[in-house]
Design a binder for this molecule. Structure first.
Ligand code: ASP
Ligand code: MG
Length: 387
């Protein structure tokens, strides 16, 4: 059987017509090697943010169904344009929406989960010798509503399709793989040749933007190796795979797009309140006198409304702390001794960064600190643990 490959190109790789043409030439070259190709695309450049901005001008807390109707357009623009660019090069191609691709999700608008993939039309088109372009980040629910998968969800589309098609999965972005820290913050950051699924999942949920956390979870369940590669250079990238990972810190990442809910009493009610509104937590930490619930903001679409509702409902028992962020060391066996925890607390103290909470597991150490210290603390921890 001919080898099948799913390639995914992120928003900055398809940001304008010239870039789309470049991707088309890359796809053409790959197809010439003799494989069946499915190409998943994100929305062009900042399109998703721009669409969200428009929605927010009309509603502080937009209805999630309409948000999905709107946001799913971004990827449809890219898929149609890439298909045109390919056909212009003489490569037979056809574009499909998530729904046409058979990506079935649950009903949870704006953060749907894929429950099944029925790629009948894709297989048919591949059989006709076509390159299939799929709009990422979207699917259709059993009640035939268009859904989106949460920010960064095109990665998940690609992994799910690779699993359903028995294909290899290549995720292209502006960087050649996954680094031990964001090179813009830590210039000496190193590229990792490989990471375990577990390590990558922790990095992604702690703020590393290279890959979507749910996509990695999906790959892990399906046993699909992800190759994170650069659109621009022919590097070796990073393999995310089932690995007996070596011990130690593999990466340091910071997250400032989050709220820390400091809950002094009534934790169960607060958690039920968040569940009712489908607000997903990242972690729950204990700290002196209070629980800290970490809430990532990328999929919260009415933040002011949510903040107001929380303070109104839990007056006195809860504070929404907007000025905190997290720095996380990710690796394997980090709780083998207290070395990592002690080193991190020492570095925070040396910077004068008050630690509002911390958590340590085998896979990660997280410190909650004021946002202004995130960059410096990331640099220090990287120097200490990665070198
Ligand atoms: N366009 C969507 C976003 O910006 C999905 C994606 O890029 O994967 O989050
Ligand atoms: Mg995007």
């Amino acid at each position: 059987m001919t080898a099948r490959v799913v390639q995914k190109f992120g928003g900055s790789s398809v940001a304008d017509a010239e870039k789309l043409r470049k991707v088309a030439r890359k796809v053409q070259a790959r197809r010439a090697q003799g494989c069946e190709l499915v190409v998943v695309v994100s929305a062009m450049g900042d399109t998703t943010d721009e669409l969200l901005g428009l929605a927010r001008q009309l509603s502080a807390d937009p209805p999630r169904r309409e948000l999905d109707m709107l946001l799913s357009c971004g990827e449809r623009i890219s898929m149609a344009l890439l298909s045109m660019a390919l056909q212009e090069l003489g490569v037979p191609a056809v574009s499909f929406t998530g729904s046409q691709s058979g990506i079935i999700t649950d009903e949870s608008h704006a953060q749907a989960r894929i429950v099944e993939v029925k790629p009948t039309r894709i297989v048919e088109a591949l059989g006709q010798g076509k390159v299939v372009i799929v709009a990422g980040y979207q699917g259709v629910s059993r009640s035939k509503e268009v859904t989106t998968l949460g920010r960064g969800g095109s990665d998940t589309s690609a992994v799910a399709l690779a699993a359903a098609l028995g294909a290899d999965c290549e995720i292209y972005s502006d960087v050649d793989g996954v680094f031990s820290a964001d090179p813009r913050v830590v210039p000496e950051a190193r590229k990792r040749e490989s990471l375990s699924f577990e390590e990558m999942q922790e990095l992604a949920s702690a703020g590393a933007k290279v890959l979507n956390a749910q996509a990695v979870e999906f790959a892990r369940e399906a046993g699909i190796t992800i190759h994170a590669l650069s659109t621009h250079v022919a590097g070796t990238g990073t393999r995310i795979e089932a690995l007996a990972a070596g011990l130690g810190v593999k990466g340091v990442t910071a997250e400032k797009e989050l709220w820390v809910l400091e809950v002094r009493e009534g934790l169960a009610e607060v958690l039920a309140f968040l569940d009712e509104r489908a607000v997903k937590p990242r972690a729950l930490l204990g700290s002196p006198g209070a629980h800290l619930v970490l809430v990532p903001l990328h999929d919260v679409h009415g933040p002011e409304a949510l903040s107001a509702a929380l303070t109104e409902r839990f007056r006195g028992a809860l504070a929404v702390r907007h000025a905190l962020g997290t720095v996380t060391c990710v690796g394997t066996g980090l709780n083998a001794s207290f070395t990592v925890l002690r080193g991190a607390l020492e570095d925070a103290a040396a910077l004068g960064a008050p630690v509002a909470g911390h958590s340590l597991t085998s896979l990660q150490l997280t410190l909650v600190v004021p946002r202004e210290h995130l960059g410096a603390l990331t640099q220090r921890l990287h120097r200490r643990f990665v070198g």
